[in-house]
Design a protein around this ligand. Structure first.
Ligand code: FAD
Length: 549
């Protein structure tokens, strides 16, 4: 808050006596207008002698015109002189102030210890420097940076006190703003959920936040900041200097960092950035320059990565088991087809030989034998196929919001609907919940929506309309498309297994609507093609609302 300053030359003003200093100084100034050389040693002399080759009044003019507020007091701090700047800074008429104590400027908020320190220095004939709160004549406060010093005569007797002060309020406001800003930035950095460290050009840590410091103390394999720098810029220090010079942008990197007491290394994502700081030293005042820092932000992504790996692992597992199931089915069906070929060939051969020979007894017996073998083989095969049909665990019955489920299924087809430029209109207002098996209903609606998309083909009007209503204790749900529709003769056949009008890759075997039929039956409902709909195809489902339990 305050300090003693080492030395102030108190000789140059000479030893004016008493409290009439301003008038005698004026008199001195008026008497000696011609500069004359000093006889005495340089820098010392009596009041009447010129100093440094300058007339004495020059010293008075200098003090009088100084832009610093200067006052001279008697040993009891009563003001005997104040310059023009003093008047400007304090607002007091300096001539009216003569004889008043310097304490006229004092503000109650300056702690008394400051004054005690000031006086203790002065009484030991030592100068003092410090900051205190002063009040102007209009009672407004300002922060004064004050230097006081004793003024002694030629015999080193204390005669006066010199006071010099300037208003440093603005500077203080700026300094305080910088300090506040720094405190804010520090607390923001400390509370950020990431590690932050700034490295100077010598690779030394210049600034860091609390999370980084905590991490650095748990890292036992060297300097953590250096590990970060090497990860982002490479191990070569020349390269670091080169990147630094060019302020090259750096790719984010992810590295593994082992910490003491932790079994697995932590995964940290690093981002690096350059920051130029202006040089605040005096010799850089008129030239550009300063330090370039390398800022590193590190985010601990260990749990995020673990989660991502878990999700990816699950998805892969599902994919593999799905593939395995498909492969298994493929094998069974291939084997079945192979085994069906044999009796078919036998039948074929027998049929041809019967045709060649006419209807004699032997060819009839051969044919009979072939049919018998084919039937036996077919039955055996059917039995095996029956055993190979995969069993799907029955999902539990639950209350289902049908409109939510339909939207969820539609979301799966969004990309396809957009690519095919198909408009979907869903009208499912305030439906009651349906007690059903969620997984099965998902498959059902997916099947119907996929069918509708496929049916659209090159139709000009491209729309799918989904609607539902409650009618006589049933939920009547319909999905209509603007495709070519299904001929009336096929309205029942399309629900048969393996019936397909277009053997498309998606399902291959025309099992889609058969599956829909099974699911609807499982829910005690009915499904049919609406015979009254002529603009395309409309599939209607009727599902009873009373609980299937
Ligand atoms: P005061 O009673 O005046 O002083 C408080 C304490 O200071 C006392 O406890 C005592 O220990 C000590 N003290 C006061 N006067 C003397 C003395 N003559 N000898 C020994 N000890 C003493 N003050 C400001 O607030 N603003 C200024 O800009 C300022 N400029 C000054 C310039 C000069 C050249 C000098 C000599 C003093 C200056 N002072 C200034 C100090 C001022 O004289 C008062 O001491 C101060 O203002 C406190 O005043 P006060 O009435 O609150 O308490």
């Amino acid at each position: 808050m305050d300090e003693e300053v080492s030395t102030i030359s108190n000789q140059a003003t000479g030893g004016q006596s008493g409290s009439d200093l301003p008038s005698s100084a004026h008199a001195a100034a008026q008497k000696s207008t011609e500069p004359s050389s000093s006889d005495g040693p340089k820098g010392r002399g009596s009041a009447s002698e010129p100093h440094f080759g300058l007339p004495l009044e020059v010293f008075f003019w200098t003090v009088e015109q100084s832009p610093v507020a200067i006052s001279i007091t008697d040993p009891r701090a009563n003001i005997v002189y104040a310059n023009a700047a003093f008047e400007a800074v304090t607002g007091y008429d300096r001539f009216k102030l003569l004889g008043s104590n310097q304490s006229v400027l004092s503000d109650q908020r300056t702690p008394s210890i400051v004054y005690e320190s000031l006086w203790s220095s002065l009484l030991r004939q030592r100068p003092w420097k410090g900051k205190l709160v002063n009040r102007r004549s209009d009672n407004s406060p300002y922060l004064a940076e004050l230097t006081v010093a004793p003024v002694t005569d030629e015999q080193s007797n204390p005669r006066y006190f010199l006071g010099m002060h300037r208003d440093v309020t603005e500077q203080h406001v700026l300094e305080q703003a910088v300090r506040n800003q720094k405190a804010l930035i520090d607390s923001l950095l400390d509370s950020a959920p990431m590690w932050f460290v700034a490295v100077d050009e010598k690779g030394q840590v210049a600034l860091s936040n609390a999370p980084y410091r905590a991490a650095a103390t748990r890292f036992r394999e060297g300097d953590l900041a250096q590990v970060f720098v090497r990860a982002l810029c490479g191990a070569d220090s020349a390269r670091f200097a080169q990147l630094r010079e060019k302020k090259s942008p750096l790719e984010p990197r992810e590295i593994a960092i082992p910490f003491e007491g932790e079994a697995n290394a932590r995964r940290v994502e690093l981002v690096g950035q350059w920051l130029d700081e202006n040089d605040s030293s005096a010799d850089a005042f008129f030239r550009r320059g300063g330090q370039r820092y390398f800022l590193v932000f590190g985010t601990d992504v260990t749990s995020l990565r673990e989660q991502q790996e878990r999700v990816a692992g699950n998805a892969l597992r599902e994919l593999i088991s799905e593939e395995e199931r498909v492969l298994e089915l493929q094998e069974v069906l291939n084997a079945a087809m192979f085994r069906f070929e044999l009796p078919l060939n036998l039948l074929n051969v027998a049929l041809r030989s019967a045709e060649r020979r006419g209807h004699d007894q032997q060819s009839f017996e051969t044919l009979q034998q072939a049919v018998r073998e084919a039937v036996a083989e077919g039955q055996d095969l059917l039995e095996r196929l029956r055993h190979s049909v995969p069993e799907i665990p029955e999902s539990p019955l639950e209350e289902i919001d049908l409109s939510e489920l339909v939207r969820e299924v539609l979301k799966l087809s969004t990309a396809r609907l957009m690519a095919e430029d198909i408009l979907v209109d869903v009208n499912l207002p305030n439906l009651p919940t349906l007690r059903a098996r969620r997984g099965q209903l998902r498959v059902l609606f997916k099947e119907l929506i996929d069918n509708a998309i496929e049916a659209m083909g090159k139709s000009i009007e491209r729309g799918i309309y989904v609607e539902a209503k409650v009618d006589a204790g049933k939920l009547v749900f319909s999905i209509s498309d603007t495709g070519p529709g299904i001929p009336e003769t096929l309205h029942f056949k399309v629900f048969e297994p393996f019936f397909s009008r277009t053997l498309h890759k998606r399902d291959g075997a025309g099992m889609g609507l058969s599956r829909v039929q099974n699911i609807v039956t499982d829910h005690r409902g009915t499904v049919y093609v609406d015979p009254n709909y002529r603009k395309g195809c409309r599939i209607k489902l009727e599902l009873p609302l009373d609980s299937p339990d």
